[in-house]
Write a protein that binds this ligand. Sequence first.
Ligand code: GLC
Length: 594
Amino acid sequence: MKLTNRSPVAAPGRVLLALLCGAGLWGVRVAAAAKPKDAPAEGVTVEAEAGAAGKETPEQRDARMAWWRDAKFGLFLHWGVYAVPAGKYGSETNYGEWIMRSATIPVATYREFAAQFNPVKYDPMRWAQLAQDAGMKYIVITSKHHDGFALYPSAASKWNIADATPYKKDLLGPLVSAAHDAGLKIGFYYSQAQDWNNPGGAKSGFKEGEGWDAAHKGDYDAYLKKVAEPQVRELLTRYPIDILWWDTPMYMDAKRIAPFAALLGLRPGLVTNNRLGGSFGGDTATPEQFVPVTGYKGDWETCMTMNRHWGYNAYDQDWKSSADLIRKLADICAKGGNFLLNIGPTAEGEFPPACVERLRDMGRWLRVNGAAIYGTRAGPFVQLSWGTATRKGGKLFLHVFDWPADGKLKVPLKNEAKSAALLVAPEKPLAVTRESERLVISVPPAAPDAVDSVVVLELEGEPVTLPLPTVGAQAKASAEQKGSEAANVFDGTSAKRWRAPANVKSATLEIALAQPATIAGFGLDEPDVWPRMRQAYTLEVAEGEGWRKLAGGPTDGHGLKKNLTPVTAQKFRLTMTCEKGAPGVAELQLYRAE
Ligand code: GLC
């Protein structure tokens, strides 16, 4: 079996791994990650647990989460000895931080990389400065990833920076200080369950206590007691961190998570994510490598790579553009989330130039438009064909990606406007008129920013949006599971879904709107189960006696949103086919033109 870590979506090995794991690791993690906190799914209890410090009142929780909710944009760093092979093992160049597992490298061989891990160019002040200049407000760095290597001198395992590398010094402490000096918050990622070096640590795709090397054999609970728990204690007592970011909770049940949850009490105020395991909800949901179509309730953070790997890969030049990243940031904020954007530094201790370039571009945009990001909350719209919208109190920040050619920006709101202006020209009011159920803002012919131009709209009262045409619609499925009926696709949340029975590979959903409407776009939210189900969709409109195709193709496992050439009709049909598992969607939305 050959495994790569190209991207979770493209890694077929993980499908198999999930089955091999038995514990349903990935399903648990991602279901927990993705669901709104009030919506447990697939046997997972996602509790709105009191955070780090145990039980707390909603007010205490709001106070603890305040900085994080306002911060919006953070830097994720995946750094470790995997930066030495830099993505390549044998002739394969598609590895990242999973290289040891994916290429099944024996422990002794992998440890040899540590001799070359000597990041003499590491300059934590420069890293903090780059993050700050990019407009980022916090950093999360791997203190130990799945390869078990600790980036700080740990008394619990010799497999650490001080004992196993020529560098011999702590990497984490200086970054914590540099971040705090720069006014940034900082946290640690810690792989509590998977550890591919220390005996007994969980090895993805293997039974408890086993691995691909004789040196792996050991007792999982002994590993937790002797390595993971002491290390978490070291991290929480030695460093004044603000976040603890767990990952891949293999075999973590209620009994095993309890000591870790208790350790969190060592640092009151800490923010922690939902990947510790079992029913531990943590503070933040963690959609990975995607922006959830309709957002989630509660606190959430999309983590994402700039290319296709988390750890440094010298051969992966498949970079997302700065424009794409800026728009993703705006869209995540418009849905109420944070953006944790990743860089994999080199073994010498530098950020790849392509990453620095993207940080600079994002910083340049944020210096002008930061008011439309920081401290904002989800905007009132589920969809805007021309962009997205964030909100701060009575102000809406309209992020216009596609500048209107006719100079008329249409905003589907029933409220009256108090004022409108470009964010960059607050002294020049823009005329706002009403055209039946929408406001129309007259904007200058040229977009002030080619990527995302912000128009600030102040409203009278709370924003009142138009109901989606799919509200009150009827849905009839060709097949459905009990508890996952067709009607769930219009309930306004991704918590309940429509799903065909397990033996069905293709199913259709006929949709009758309450009345005919002009549809100019649609959105699909997929059930967030891992492994990705490899679904494809076809959306059709009823025409005469038959159906005409409007759109179709594969989804990426996380749903999608698309604009359509406007069509006026009452009946539509969605067909979902699924390679793995039963087809279905969590939510289907049809959008009007603004
Ligand atoms: C996954 C991967 C890991 C990466 C993480 C980031 O769980 O196992 O390599 O650290 O996601 O979210």
